[in-house]
Ligand binder design. Sequence first.
Ligand SMILES: NC(=O)c1ccc[n+]([C@@H]2O[C@H](COP(=O)([O-])OP(=O)(O)OC[C@H]3O[C@@H](n4cnc5c(N)ncnc54)[C@H](O)[C@@H]3O)[C@@H](O)[C@H]2O)c1
Length: 403
Amino acid sequence: MSEPISRMGVLGAGTMGAGVAQVAAEAGLEVMVHDPVEGAFERARTLIAGFLARKVQKEQLSEADARAALARLHATARLDEIAAAELVVEAIPEDLTLKTDAFRRLDAAAGTETILATNTSSLSVARLAATTQHPERVVGMHFFNPVPLMVLVEVVAAPAAAQPNVERVAEAARRLGKTPVVTTDTPGFIVNRVARPFYLEALRIVGEGLAGVEQVDGAMRGIGFRMGPFELIDAIGLDVNFAVSQSVYEQFFFDARYRPHPMQRMLVDAGRLGRKASAGFYDYQTDGTRGGVWPGISHRADGPTLEPLSGEQVQARILATIVNEAASAVAEGVATPEAIDVAMRLGTNYPSGPLEWGERIGLAHVVGTLDVLHALVPDGRYRVVPLLRSLAERNGSFFEPGE
Ligand SMILES: NC(=O)c1ccc[n+]([C@@H]2O[C@H](COP(=O)([O-])OP(=O)(O)OC[C@H]3O[C@@H](n4cnc5c(N)ncnc54)[C@H](O)[C@@H]3O)[C@@H](O)[C@H]2O)c1
């Protein structure tokens, strides 16, 4: 068995790099950070110092431990100094050219024992690995924002990655106090894929004039979600949410299930980027207080309309599409059913894992909801994943070992 990781290199000192450096330093690792942009490391260090000071204030950390953690953070202008660590986490901007260049250079600078991890949210880890001489040591390590608070890490087992390296990255995540889940190198990994219908189905419901924004948000909060889909998109940022939607859609070769909604683009075009712009689906006052729904998305009701949906119907539609998506991830071997449920609870704060939830509602019920929708809109977005239908028909469970 290899020694536990004691030194970590971090490439990029932005939002994510700073967070990763912080949790690693707090966990007792020596952390070398490289960011070529003038002042980037100092900004990150100041942010980290502020975060640690608040933890001291709240008595979650002693002053001595905060000081010791800060002392374990080191900036370096040299790539070979971060590449001397047992594990390097790359957290530079989501740009394929930038990242392939960084991986080529890291690969050349690092000894063969060093694991190179990427925090990419949407690029293929295999693609980054393929630019190196040692693809077996390239693994995805997808942290969530804000890193110090979010406990999930998706460990992406790229096709050429050696299993011991995948395990070592999972072990490193645990060392940082995180919960790792292993996923294959597929679009959106687990969380950004299975979460898509939470937003997209809500957008379709509102777009079809079947319920209002507040009604959908209220319905989903009513079954335990901390925020409704529109409140959550406003918090994430319309631009970020739309970019992820588009990326997943393109990577699945324009499968109707992932098709973004024109309303997303319309709000982005209108500069309504969410809370950060004080304007998204809702209006916000400068102190952050939420106002009403933006009238720009109100639905015209001067023509014939369909019967509006009840809160339960909204819940059933959104949940059924999430369960179907989670089932598709199981069917495609993206991750184990347990990992998918854990990832959705920790990565998105869902009140329950979608597969467990689907079984509580009854898989036959979920299939029934999807079949009705598919009959109405037969473009493929509501097609039932065969594994889900089969389990529903034989009263089976995602959590039973395969026969
Ligand atoms: N922000 C999020 O919510 C989030 C969540 C999960 C994953 N990610 C992923 O994490 C990565 C980083 O995102 P971010 O939000 O921290 O970006 P960011 O823009 O905040 O930070 C990127 C940092 O990288 C530095 N940088 C640029 N080129 C570099 C290079 N060649 N070498 C070293 N440093 C370089 C920049 O100066 C900047 O400080 C992206 O791949 C992103 O998709 C982001």
